[in-house]
Design a protein around this ligand. Structure first.
Ligand code: ATP
Ligand code: MG
Length: 451
């Protein structure tokens, strides 16, 4: 009998009767919900049942191998009955039962020799590409069919690593006494200057999507001292590059009484800890997706902006003090360093109004780089309201729109500092992905708004 329906049990009792009979108690094991059930020890001859998506079918003369994916893990089924095989198509959801056999040749170290198969959700039509193909279809075709594309083994691994990374960052910051917060994503005015914002209608008023939690996280250092947020930022990036999204996820950190040095030390520890955590928890996945092994020096190098333009000048790229470093400059210097590093002491004119000057030329600021890719920007902030007002005016920003933001600065704003780090940029570095769209589930860019 073929059961043609999608199975979404929320608890044991809601499992349809027919399937319940077949799968028996598969839905409850001590580790929570899991579709693989082995009766007794994982040893040859044990009875096993599984449900999952058919990833691939490899037919041979007398025996066929079917790989199914269960809870992001691959399990190999061995089928030597052609009648059973007849019902199995790639991408269908099936249930199978049989006996377990240990083998180093199968993923996970065992396979199931099948004697019963159920088709639970049958594929209705052939997908536009084979998820097991070695010749990757264009990124646009894949993104148009993203849920299917995400079933490719590479993506199952990649987004599992992404989750492990975010979890590790979160735990690290908790361990350092930071409070996780959420700040508004609908804001009243084009607050920071710099990046272009997405306007929207908020009832009868004009509003915008937040380009960063900057001003809120700074204010929050007054009540909470140390805060962080992992959330979306929206930027109307005008061009389509390999490292910009219109909606990306940012790790934003802000801390009272942190100096520039404290912040860079925190990032140094955070990057080190994240890399070590994910290589501990997900090394098999990282190896499978061929992630580069990023070695870290004792301490991440720090170069001032001044040192870098001097170096570039000696290497035939003249930069005037105060000019931004372009892609070509960063490629040249980045390949020279060939690692993570900080660029510190950026000129005042290249930094936003809230960055603390060091003297009348440069600021207490830094960017974390990996080769030519910027991963994070941060620094100490101005906490004196009169300087903040002066800077706003100098930047040509309407002081009136910052009325609410300035209030806490009159009531005991602590000296503070922080940074914003692009989660997708960090993930690109860790996985070796060359296009930021690969590491976002549903990327948004100047041309793409769906799915
Ligand atoms: P870039 O110069 O690369 O455009 P930025 O200096 O404008 O970046 P910041 O405002 O410093 O960006 O934001 C902090 C971090 O957020 C960046 O270092 C980067 O990792 C990430 N980020 C910023 N904009 C984007 C974007 N459009 N897409 C993905 N990540 C971004
Ligand atoms: Mg920046």
């Amino acid at each position: 009998m073929i059961i043609d329906e999608i199975l979404r049990p929320t608890n044991h009792s809601t499992v349809p009767e027919t399937i319940n009979k077949f799968i028996k108690i598969s839905f409850k094991i001590h580790n929570g919900f899991k579709l693989l059930k082995v009766y007794g020890k994982v040893e040859d001859g044990a009875k096993a049942e599984i449900m999952g998506w058919v990833l691939s079918i490899r037919e041979q003369k007398t025996v066929s191998f079917v790989i199914i994916v269960d809870n992001r893990k691959q399990v190999q089924l061995v089928i030597n009955n052609t009648k059973l095989l007849k019902h199995i198509r790639q991408n269908s959801v099936i249930g199978a039962s049989g006996t377990l056999k240990k083998t180093s040749k199968a993923p996970g170290g065992f396979e199931i020799h099948v004697n019963e198969v159920r088709v639970i959700s049958k594929v209705k039509k052939d997908p536009p590409f084979n998820i097991m193909t070695k010749d990757l279809p264009s990124i646009d075709l894949r993104l148009d069919n993203r849920a299917l594309d995400l079933r490719r083994p590479y993506n199952l691994d990649l987004f599992t690593i992404r989750a492990a990374l975010i979890r590790s960052i979160r735990e690290y910051l908790y361990s350092k006494g930071f409070l996780e917060v959420n700040t508004p994503k609908i804001i009243a005015s084009a607050s920071e200057g710099g990046a272009a914002l997405f306007p929207l209608m908020y009832y009868d008023k004009q509003a915008f999507l937040a380009q960063s939690p900057q001003l809120y996280k700074e204010e929050l250092t007054m009540p909470f001292e140390r805060v962080f947020e992992i959330g979306p930022i929206f930027r109307a990036e005008p061009s389509r590059t390999l490292k910009h999204l219109s909606e990306s996820v940012s790790l934003d950190v802000e801390a009272a009484f942190f100096t520039n040095d404290d912040l860079m030390n925190l990032i140094d520890g955070l990057v080190r800890n994240s890399l070590s955590d994910i290589w501990k928890s997900s090394s098999d996945l990282l190896v499978r997706i061929k992630a580069p092994k990023l070695g870290l020096p004792e301490r991440l190098s720090r170069f001032t902006y001044g040192q870098i333009i001097d170096w570039l000048g000696k290497n035939d790229r003249k930069i005037n003090f105060g000019d931004d470093l372009g892609q070509k400059d960063l490629e040249l210097f980045g390949s020279h360093v060939n690692d993570f590093y900080f660029i510190t002491e950026w000129p005042i004119k290249l930094k936003p109004f809230y960055i603390q000057p060091k003297d009348n030329e440069v600021t207490f600021s830094f960017d974390l780089m990996y080769r030519e890719l910027e991963l994070s920007s941060g620094g100490e902030r101005v906490h004196d309201p009169s300087i903040l007002r002066k800077n706003l005016k100098a930047a040509g920003l309407p002081v009136k729109s910052f009325r609410h933001h300035l209030i806490p600065y009159y009531y005991g704003m602590p000296p503070h500092g922080g940074f914003g780090m692009g989660v997708e940029r960090l993930l690109m570095t860790i996985t070796g992905a060359d296009n930021i769209r690969e590491v976002s589930l549903y990327p948004r860019d100047v041309r793409r708004l769906s799915p």
